[in-house]
Write a protein that binds this ligand. Structure first.
Ligand code: TXA
Ligand code: MG
Length: 326
């Protein structure tokens, strides 16, 4: 008998609840990327998440809650600023690092003192979280190091033989992971750039520090690995696409472009993220473009640098890390 699971893609909340309550994993839609959800209070569900993703145990998970009223079930000593930011930006792509309640299993945050928490802005998943008796631990639903999923099909392709059910919430409307923010001596610190821009956070919080993968000298957050989000194809990130092209066979090269096609490279080899030069649209299409370009099995994919503003900074962060040497 073939014991391999083949995931079903569907919208059946009762089925998702039954599986999760039995300690199984279910892929869930969010506004950012699809997550691989499991009971945050179950050490065995947490261990399954690490195993299915092939993720190092040292890289902690985000806890997803239905609303900020449930914050105190997982965190303690919550700073006033955390509530202020949540009021402004939740549900939404803001993940806060807060002091962990002892009752949460240690596997959730790799034994660190902080736990990451967010309230996702997706109707179906919010309803799921409302109806469940526990919050969901959910990293992005991709094998460790590979491209994040923004459609149920992306999840199916990557993890379809490892889980039973993918809750179908359509394509993710933001398309890039949440911004991870902690507090150091009361001052907000961004550890991972994401769908919520640093500019927007500054508007509410005033001073905000940046200690992200690009800016940090060491790695204070375990998820800030220089290399991440990578296609299997060789990947180059550059401000000078045309110069870079001289080194490659243009027929065998894929291009990731912001708003226009480049002459001298077949259009079928190019993925334009936003002809209108809209960075939100570009972010929404980013991972689908990377999945598509990777499937073409080019010799190389060359991605151009995006405007370093708003969500453009998060796009550049992901492309820089996709290009980092393994
Ligand atoms: O948008 C998102 O955040 C998606 C959706 C599914 O919610 N989730 C996601 O999870 O991107 P993941 O596991 O792929 O990334 C979580 C990031 C990692 O960089 C991790 O190291 C960091 O959050 N993180 C989690 N808990 C932490 C902690 N206790 N201390 C420091 N960093 C933490
Ligand atoms: Mg991830």
């Amino acid at each position: 008998m073939d014991c391999k699971k083949k995931a079903i893609i569907g919208k059946d909340l009762d089925k998702a609840i039954a599986l999760l309550t039995a300690g199984e994993l279910v892929a869930i839609p969010t506004e950012t990327v699809y997550g691989l959800g499991g009971n945050a209070f179950s050490e065995s569900a947490i261990q399954k998440i690490y195993a299915v993703k092939n993720r190092p145990l040292s890289n902690p998970l985000i806890v997803h809650l239905a609303n900020s009223g449930r914050l105190e079930s997982v965190a303690r000593d919550i700073p006033e600023m955390a509530y202020k930011l949540l009021e402004e930006f939740s549900p939404g792509p803001l993940t806060l690092l807060l002091n962990k309640k002892d009752s949460l299993p240690e596997g959730i945050n790799s034994g660190l003192s902080k736990v990451a928490v967010r309230i996702p802005a997706h109707e179906l998943t919010l309803e799921l979280l409302e109806r469940l008796a526990f919050p969901l631990a959910a990293p992005s639903a991709n094998p460790f190091g590979y491209i994040s999923p923004t459609t149920p099909e992306h999840v199916y392709k990557q993890l379809g033989d490892k889980i039973e059910y993918i809750l179908d919430g359509g394509p993710c409307c933001q398309g890039i992971e949440s911004t991870v923010l902690g507090f150091e001596e009361g001052i907000p610190v961004v550890y991972r750039l994401g769908a919520l821009s640093v500019e927007a956070i500054r508007h509410v919080a005033g001073e905000v520090k940046l200690i992200t993968a690009q800016h940090a000298e060491t790695t204070p957050s375990p998820g800030m690995l220089a290399q991440h989000y990578s296609p299997h194809t060789a990947f180059v990130f550059t401000e000078h696409t045309e110069q870079m092209l001289e080194q490659y066979n243009t027929e065998r090269t894929g291009l990731l472009r912001f708003s226009n096609y480049l002459k001298n490279v077949p259009e079928k080899n190019q993925f334009v993220l936003s002809p209108e030069q809209n960075l939100e649209e570009a972010a929404r299409n980013l991972y689908a473009a990377l999945h598509f370009l990777d499937e073409q099995k080019f010799d190389v994919i060359i991605a151009e640098k995006f405007p370093e503003t708003g969500i453009g900074s998060a796009i550049n962060d992901r492309l820089r890390r996709a290009a980092a040497k393994k």
